[in-house]
Design a protein around this ligand. Structure first.
Ligand SMILES: [Zn+2]
Length: 144
């Protein structure tokens, strides 16, 4: 009873990093693999999961061409959790939507909170990220 062997991680059901409570295979992973997101919130969650998994390809693919950067810098940060705090439109029948979120990130031991109201629109039928809503104070705030 004293020794226990850790189970291999591939045998464990993984909860989705986005905090939805779903398994990742039923939540963000299909979107990371190229399936269209049905809602702006689902796309936003998949983009958070892409940051967690350092999936730059998905981040760029889900960015509107007019605002898309050439590359996404991902360093040593560790994403600790996501809370979606507000959703405006962005449903299956909408063409635009806003998702406000708070994400906690650990950068070399410094925990900060990223807050943003993200704007989404449809591009060729798919939800894409446009930018942060003006005045939504994008950026990082030290946790108190
Ligand atoms: Zn998810």
């Amino acid at each position: 009873m004293t020794s226990s062997t850790p189970k291999p991680s591939f045998a464990v059901v993984q909860p989705c990093p986005c905090g939805s409570g779903e398994r990742d295979a039923r939540c963000c992973l299909p979107i990371l693999r190229g399936e269209p997101a049905t809602t702006a919130e689902a796309l936003m969650r998949s983009r958070y999961t892409a940051y967690v998994r350092h999936d730059e390809r998905h981040l760029l693919a889900s960015w509107h061409p007019s605002t898309r950067p050439d590359a996404v810098e991902m360093g040593a940060e560790r994403w600790l959790g996501l809370d979606v705090v507000d959703v405006v439109a962005g449903g299956p029948d909408d063409d635009e939507g806003v998702v406000a979120f708070e994400a906690r990130v650990d950068e070399l031991g410094q925990v900060a909170t990223v807050r943003e109201r993200s704007r989404f629109t449809r591009h060729r039928g798919r939800w894409v990220y446009v930018d942060a809503e003006p005045g939504s104070a994008p950026g990082r705030h030290q946790a108190s």
